[in-house]
Design a protein around this ligand. Structure first.
Ligand code: CU
Length: 344
């Protein structure tokens, strides 16, 4: 009888082991499916501007949000622009386009001050639209107005102040390739991958950088391709290698700046924001010149997981847990005195 306790535990373990293994197998089936399907595909974000053309038709809708949709429109410098305006709302709005380039009106201006600004400086277009109405604003820009940005607002009291403003941006003329880039208050470039496919080198490239947040930033481009900058080394690097371009993005929503430069040949060029702390927070991007960027790398498993994968994995994990619990209990309890003879 003294040998019984020393025999039972291994036997109980042998009985429990198949259950335990089966339970763990079922549980772990859920984990690979999370890893395999967990990452949502990230679309490559490429900032192409429109093709250059002689005549441009763009559409800007006016809504009761109140807002312009889209807020940013780009046309080539030197072109005749016909802007189709549609009032989608139940209130009257105006499309009032500033005559003075590169002026960003402060949202703190009162309705009277907005009127006074346009009375003093004039407007390229001033169209008032009743609810549901549509119309056109026809504007011509000569080529010398290239790389300029013109703000448009609704002068109906308190609509501009509530966010009803936008920008008509002129892209470059001639051989320059125009790209678009945005800065955000989350300290990021959106997109953080740009692509330019020039027809020849050296190539002139013009990046229109728009501030979608409030903080000031810089668009600073490394002069050498295939150089990987870090938050710790970029200051010293740019002291030794002057940036191809370093443009300061003014603070304030909608503020724009052109970052224009010439590159000698194809390559991958890194750009960063030089404002202290921004690069360390991830504010950088890659400009692919002369060839398309590779597909984005797979995202680590900390990414968003689709709901059905999570639910399926949870069910499998629960089944595995139940099986493992059954195994633990059936293996731990001693057999009834009369019943263990039938088992080996
Ligand atoms: Cu920044």
């Amino acid at each position: 009888m003294s040998d019984a306790p020393s025999v039972r535990p291994p036997r109980a373990l042998r009985r429990a082991l198949p259950w335990l293994v089966a339970g763990l197998l079922v549980a772990t089936i859920g984990l690979p499916s999370v890893a395999a399907f967990g990452a949502l595909p990230a679309a490559p974000l490429i900032g192409y501007a429109h093709p250059l053309a002689g005549h441009e038709i763009v559409t800007v809708n006016l809504t009761d949000q109140p807002a312009f949709a889209p807020r940013y429109v780009s046309v080539p410098a030197g072109s005749n622009v016909s802007i189709h305006l549609g009032n989608l709302g139940n209130f009257s709005h105006t499309f009032t386009l500033s005559k003075t380039p590169d002026v960003v009106l402060s949202p703190t201006l009162s309705p009277d001050q907005v009127y006074a600004y346009f009375a003093r400086n004039g407007s390229l277009a001033n169209v008032s639209l009743a609810p549901g109405a549509s119309g056109w604003a026809n504007v011509s820009f000569n080529a010398s107005a290239g790389l300029s940005s013109f703000e448009f607002v609704s002068v109906v009291p308190y609509q501009f102040q509530a966010g009803m403003y936008g920008f008509l941006n002129l892209t470059s003329v001639g051989p320059g390739l125009a790209l678009s880039e945005n800065t955000t208050d989350a300290l990021a470039f959106v997109p953080n991958v740009l692509n330019a496919l020039p027809a020849h080198f050296p190539a002139t490239i013009d990046v229109l950088v728009t501030n979608t947040g409030q903080f000031s930033h810089t668009f600073t481009l490394a002069p050498q391709s295939n150089v990987t900058l870090s938050p710790g080394n970029f200051t010293q690097y740019f002291q030794q290698h002057a940036p191809l371009v370093s443009a300061t993005v003014p603070s304030g929503g909608g503020a724009t700046v052109w970052a224009n430069f010439t590159v000698a040949g194809p390559g991958v060029y890194q750009y960063i924001c030089e404002i202290p702390g921004h690069f360390a927070n991830g504010m950088d991007g890659l400009l692919y010149i002369g060839f398309a960027p590779p597909p984005p790398p797979p995202t680590p498993s900390t990414a968003v997981v689709e709901t059905w994968v999570l639910a399926g994995s949870a069910v499998l994990l629960a089944i595995g847990g139940v099986l493992a619990t059954v195994a633990a209990f059936s293996g731990r309890f001693p057999r009834a005195p009369g019943s263990h003879g039938g088992h080996s």
